[in-house]
Design a protein around this ligand. Structure first.
Ligand SMILES: Cc1cc2nc3c(=O)[nH]c(=O)nc-3n(C[C@H](O)[C@H](O)[C@H](O)COP(=O)(O)O)c2cc1C
Length: 414
């Protein structure tokens, strides 16, 4: 019987352990976690979500405070369209975040950045271009285009000197999305270096509707693989979503996948950005505690632990400080939901908003507990402490468990 270590992912001149730790937004997949994946010979991801906010926390910069100061006059205003990001500062923060990761990188692995198109920041094209270029400037090994169809993203990078040398990939959840991306990007004469195929059991936002249960990762991967063979396209395929054990991963690697992308198992490691109190909630969660809902203002369904503080909370939109989900018109579905509730409950000090959540504020504070479907199995991957809490794992332990385990087994920590 084979294990993941019997396979290798080839990306250009790199030969890698075929384990990619997926991007987990707003610093859940930290630089520390990505460094471990790279040190161990795989691929780690940092995220480009809310980078100025993350940089403030990591380097004591004052991007959020300064932006809030600049737009303080607008805080009481229901219309947020004046709130814009300074593109120079956005580039500076991104370079700091990415640069610190690349400087610290050791080992043969790679560090990529997960770049979300739905982070529209009240100027979708301009801010996306700045984020992509700044990451390339700072020496990122690769960029994974996520949360959107990215039909124009290759063109946005085309004039960057590293456009053909950096590894560029895309996350899709259907053959159709991949075909659209390839068609729209063909003008740049550059194919993606890898394609992550994300199924309905993943964490974060889903590329499916609320009928996600009707889809199955293995079927989608097989469909894309067969189409690529027919088209004579040789692009590594990397399935993601619900690959919980090394044996699950081997199943995909034996069927034509070049690597797997995994995330949920790493949410309970000490390198992960989630506070330990929240990690204990992930461990404790049962299957019934997890739901796919439509609370994200992005319009994509998202999987969450039902008891998280983000659900139902009616916090005032904080766009003057954050504002990462403001669309091209300076609006966000949460603002509309919030304003509706305020109008319906005049004079009430703390209103409730049940149909949308203020994703910026709650992701920033680790109060939106997005998670993969198999989060309820995390409790079986560790031991209990004397006080009944679950033992936090090391990223190395989880990585090696994926790399070497056989027979569907999960190794418990020593
Ligand atoms: C807590 C959490 C946050 C995530 N955030 C993002 C994100 O910001 N962008 C993204 O493209 N995928 C995100 N994902 C999806 C992962 O990168 C990955 O593709 C998927 O979760 C893999 O499935 P698994 O969690 O079952 O291993 C997230 C997943 C989790 C668990």
């Amino acid at each position: 019987m084979k294990c993941v270590d019997d396979f290798r992912l080839r990306l250009g001149k790199h030969e890698l352990v075929p384990i990619m730790v997926g991007g987990m937004g707003v610093d859940i997949s930290t630089v520390a976690l990505s460094l471990e994946a790279a040190r161990l010979g795989g691929v780690g991801h940092i995220s480009d979500a809310m980078v100025p906010t993350v940089t403030d926390r990591r380097f004591n910069t004052k991007y959020v405070k300064d932006k809030l100061k600049q737009y303080k006059f607008n805080v009481e205003n229901a219309d947020k369209s004046v709130v814009k990001f300074d593109l120079g500062l956005l580039a500076e923060a991104t370079k700091m975040h990415v640069g610190s990761a690349m400087e610290a990188k050791r080992g043969d692995g790679l560090i990529f950045i997960n770049c979300m198109e739905k982070l529209t920041m009240n100027a979708p094209k301009d801010t996306l271009r700045v984020r992509l270029h700044a990451a390339l400037d700072a020496g990122i090994d690769g960029i994974t285009l996520a949360a959107g169809l990215h039909l124009g993203s290759f063109a946005l990078m085309e004039d960057h000197p590293r456009f053909r040398d950096a590894k560029l990939g895309i996350i899709v959840s259907s053959l159709r999305a991949l075909q659209l991306f390839l068609k729209k990007s063909s003008r740049t004469n550059r194919l993606p270096d890898y394609v992550v195929v994300e199924g309905p059991l993943a964490g974060g936002h889903l590329g499916f509707g609320m009928d996600w249960r009707e889809y199955d990762l293995a079927t989608i991967v097989a469909e894309i693989r067969d189409w690529m063979i027919a088209e004579k396209l040789d692009i590594p395929l990397i399935p993601a979503g619900g690959i919980f054990t090394g044996t699950d991963a081997v199943g995909f690697l034996e069927n034509g996948a070049s690597a797997v992308q995994v995330a949920t198992r790493f949410t309970v490691t000490s390198e992960c950005g989630l506070p330990e109190k929240v990690q204990q909630e992930y461990f404790k969660a049962s299957e019934d505690d997890i739901e796919v809902n439509q609370l994200s203002p992005t319009g994509y369904p998202m999987r969450m632990i039902k008891s998280c503080p983000a659900i139902g909370d009616g916090i005032r939109p904080n766009c003057e400080a954050y504002g990462y989900l403001l669309d091209a018109n300076g609006s966000c579905a949460y603002i509309q939901a919030y304003n509706r509730e305020v109008a319906a409950h005049p004079g009430e000090r703390r209103i409730k908003v049940w149909d949308k959540t203020c994703l910026c504020t709650h992701m920033r504070n680790f109060d939106c507990w997005t998670c993969g479907h198999y989060t309820y199995r995390l409790k079986d991957t560790t031991r209990r402490n004397e006080d009944g809490s679950y033992r936090i794992l090391s990223a190395e332990h989880v990585f090696h468990d994926y790399q070497f385990s056989k027979d569907g087994k999960v190794a418990l920590p020593e």
